[in-house]
Write a protein that binds this ligand. Sequence first.
Ligand SMILES: CCCCCCCC/C=C\CCCCCCCC(=O)N[C@@H](CO[C@@H]1OC[C@@H](O)[C@H](O)[C@H]1O)[C@H](O)/C=C/CCCCCCCCCCCCC
Ligand SMILES: O=c1ccn([C@@H]2O[C@H](COP(=O)(O)OP(=O)(O)O)[C@@H](O)[C@H]2O)c(=O)[nH]1
Length: 501
Amino acid sequence: MLPSLDCKSAALWPMDAAKCLLCAGEHLGSHLGSHLVAAAAAWAVISPPTTTSEMFAWWLSMDEVTWSYIVGSFAIVPWIFYAFTSYVFISSILYSRCRLHHLSDPYRLIEQLPGVSVIKPLMGVDPLLEENLESHFSLSYPKFELLLCVQDADDPALDVVERLCKKYPCTDCRLFIGGKDGIMNPMVHNMAPGYNAAKYDVIWVSTSRIKANTELLMDMVAKLQSPRVALVHQMPFTTDQVGLAAAVEKVYFGTNVARYYQAFHTMGVSCFTGMSYLLKKSELDTLNGLSWFGKFLAEDFFIAKFLHEKGFRHQVAAVPAQQNVASSSIAAYKDRMVRWMRLRLNMMPFVAGFLEPMNESIPLGIYASWSAWHFFGINPYLWFSCHWLVWFTLDYIQLKGVQNHSLPFGKLTFLVAWLIRESLVIFVYFEAVFGVRYIKWGKRTYRLSNFGESLEISTPSMYSHRFLVIVFEPSTHIISQKILGGDIYNFLNPVASLTVF
Ligand SMILES: CCCCCCCC/C=C\CCCCCCCC(=O)N[C@@H](CO[C@@H]1OC[C@@H](O)[C@H](O)[C@H]1O)[C@H](O)/C=C/CCCCCCCCCCCCC
Ligand SMILES: O=c1ccn([C@@H]2O[C@H](COP(=O)(O)OP(=O)(O)O)[C@@H](O)[C@H]2O)c(=O)[nH]1
């Protein structure tokens, strides 16, 4: 039964009036019918609520003042994000202009350059792998060794390694094949024998994508000399490659990543990506050595965390890391972003799950446009357009600062790549959230839990039963139910979905 109401005492706009109409409806017909009649009448006869507070108050039968406080609190949040984002934009643009690309002079700081053990984990071949490896073989640093770690004996990277060993017979170089048993993280598994055999205290982990040069190594070595510093890392960036996918990658690393990387550095917060970094082996060994970090998938995050907790500072190298790969595609870029996002979601759920997306241009723009309308009555479309224009312009300035010379593409390509990057974030986020525990890297899928601290190799049975899909097959006109043989990652990936169906 519907609550009975004294219709005469109604007419307190709009809730009571609606209830009164509901009451009238009760006398007229069926239960559901009465609700519909009442709702339609309330909207048709009485003018609908005009402010957000009135609307919520009306919907949820709550007093309007309480709702206006609640809605007002929500409307303030984007301005806090704006304040933070403004700091991030300004500090990182200034950082790129004033600190980045300013090399330390090692000879001024150090009398004798220390030896460096360079560890290169290798798996598979990219057309530019040889160029990347050669840039390490040909370093003119006075004392270094190359520790080349190849995943398994039939990896095609071995041919490239053999060719370069013959070409540079004077380079101190050793080869390790097959990794160290019992280590989950595939990259650490691969690098462990090289790390254990290193003869110098300064270790440089330089992944296969990285193209190196002597100046950047000198700069990193100089920065590592302070007794308070145990880790020097390069901010990730890319070399100049042709194609839209390469432009999207450059835009991502040169805008979004650079912004956080540099701004957090100015705040003393470590933002670290483990694709190219120098560390003191003696200090990592007091934390049980590199192999111990192989129990995490995000070894870089935990190395940085534990060294920081030991009281060490981290330094950012003057030169951004030059990821030099030819075989990039937007799908591969998206998959990498999903993998990284899942890692961050496991390790920092609140930061990656809420703060990070809320500080992306589209969600923040929509939120702030509503807030500007709520507080000041500003047209939300106008606000969003201005918001995007400012964001776009600042990103362009940021990218130019990180690039430090002319970009390999024009403004129109930048616009297209930027739009793709900003829109893809939303898909990446949702794909990462569904199936957040499962991360595919190298040849395996892993399952993470306990804030990224527990890691196990995932078997198909652990996730194959999770998604029941209704399939319509046009050729036979049959509607059937199928169990998806993978996690939602496959479901959201159009290419994989086609294969499954
Ligand atoms: C009030 C608003 C607050 C906004 C806060 C926004 C927070 C944004 C946070 C992070 C964005 C930075 C993104 C940097 C790129 C990260 C890349 C990444 O995810 N890397 C992971 C995987 O690394 C690879 O692992 C394999 C290895 O071989 C590869 O070479 C690696 O690249 C990596 O594991 C994760 C690193 C996490 C770094 C983020 C640390 C940020 C900490 C921010 C703390 C924020 C506090 C905010 C306080 C206001
Ligand atoms: O199973 C694997 C996966 C990766 N790697 C190496 O780990 C490094 C980082 O891999 P990738 O570029 O895939 O990581 P990302 O930078 O995308 O996180 C590279 O040198 C790879 O050769 C490895 O040795 N074994």
